[in-house]
Design a protein around this ligand. Structure first.
Ligand code: PLP
Length: 374
């Protein structure tokens, strides 16, 4: 192998930044508190059954792009239901949330565009902004004063976008969509919100961060792969933007459309989310866990999502905690740079509706046994 590759790998290994795939036997651990399957729907009998039915009726693959042979009635049905769920005119499916971000931002932004982007935005937003060729202005995390200052300072662009996560994936905090909405109106920009972690979880009916703030961003991006327990991405917006994406969005145009099994699962999950209030009980579980960890003197920020960051500082410390937890039969991953800023390495614990009381107790006992002042 080329020496510079080996050197780079060795350097990573020494700085506790080397990434390894977790062993598949991890699935047999006592508790996994790291899944995005927040509502437990990825293994719900009804969802499994719905996916199977769709596969039997429509096939395992969808055989082509939406613009060729891959446009089925079930794609349009899911788009209609997602638009209804999010309260928008229209919706467009992508094969993942990552590609939805790529597809929307590269279609809407070009060299004549300025994008204001939160410094903690998800990697797929960062990649999309770079690929678009737009002028990118990064503002401090959730700092509306910094954003407004930058909107005033850099304004000589014809098109303006503000792009943010709805729920930030590493900290579990929310973007202030009400304030962002005011700024986008004041400066005549479009507001794009990636609500991958908010959909199905936040808001009184689980419709997402926009429901929580009672705001209507111009574009809401989402994934089917988290609370909805399926796979795929989507964009909810007005008809003009959706029609524009169908013309211009390369990941939409050149990809095989979403597979029938994924659509069947998502349709069923969407139905369950709207009829059972799973997200309400999940929120209570997460609040209880946050409270418990704080009484043990762990550094845990306040929050209202099932994402609970336990801040530990250095990457090596976070890795040690992860290792000790594994010995106790628990998987809670250490998150290190570059996923998070230097000196903010952490464990990222996420709870699920389907975690039993026993499993919650295991997690609590483990943290108690490793507590800072234990
Ligand atoms: C998970 C995630 C994505 C990617 O979604 P996939 O469907 O897994 O590709 C995009 N944005 C954010 C904020 C995410 O957390």
């Amino acid at each position: 192998m080329i020496q510079w590759l080996k050197d780079e790998l060795n350097k990573r290994e020494k700085s506790s930044l080397y990434r390894r795939l977790p062993s598949p036997t991890m699935q047999n651990l006592k508790v996994i508190a790291s899944s995005n399957n927040y509502l437990g729907l990825a293994k719900d009998e009804r969802v499994l059954h719905a996916a199977r039915e769709m596969i039997l009726k429509y096939g395992t693959g969808s055989t082509g792009s939406r613009l060729t042979t891959g446009n089925f009635d079930i794609h349009e049905r899911l788009e209609k239901e997602l638009a209804h769920f999010k309260g928008t005119e229209a919706c467009l499916l992508y094969s993942s949330g990552y590609l939805a971000n790529l597809g929307v931002i590269t279609a809407l932004a070009d060299r004549d565009t300025i994008i204001y982007s939160d410094e903690y935005n998800h990697a797929s937003i960062i990649d999309a902004c770079r690929l678009s060729g737009a002028c990118i202005i990064v503002y401090k995390h959730n700092d509306m004063i910094d954003l407004e200052r930058k909107m005033r300072e850099y304004k000589n662009h014809f098109k303006k976008l503000i792009v943010t996560d709805g729920v930030f994936s590493m900290d579990g905090d929310l973007a202030p969509l009400d304030q962002l909405n005011n700024l986008k109106e004041k400066y005549n920009a479009l507001l794009i919100v990636d609500d991958a972690h908010g959909t199905g979880v936040i808001g009184s009916c689980g419709r997402g961060t926009s429901e929580h703030f009672s705001t209507k961003p111009d574009v809401i991006i989402g994934t089917l792969s988290k609370a909805l327990g399926s796979e795929g991405g989507f964009v909810c917006s007005n008809k003009t933007i959706i029609h524009y994406l169908i013309q211009k969005s390369r990941p939409f145009i050149f990809q095989t459309s979403l597979s029938p099994g994924n659509i069947g699962a998502a349709l069923k999950s969407l139905h369950i989310i709207q009829t059972e209030k799973r997200h309400v009980m999940l929120k209570e579980k997460a609040n209880d866990m946050r409270h418990f960890l704080r009484t043990l003197n762990y550094s845990v920020p306040q929050g209202m999502t099932p994402i609970i960051p336990i801040l530990l500082g250095e990457a090596s410390v976070a890795l040690q905690f992860q290792k000790k937890l594994l010995e106790l039969g628990l998987f809670i991953p250490a998150i290190r740079p570059p996923s998070v800023p230097e000196h903010t390495s952490r464990l990222r614990c996420t709870l699920m509706f389907t975690h039993s009381d026993n499993e919650i107790d295991w997690i609590k006992q483990a943290f108690q046994s490793m507590a800072p002042d234990a």
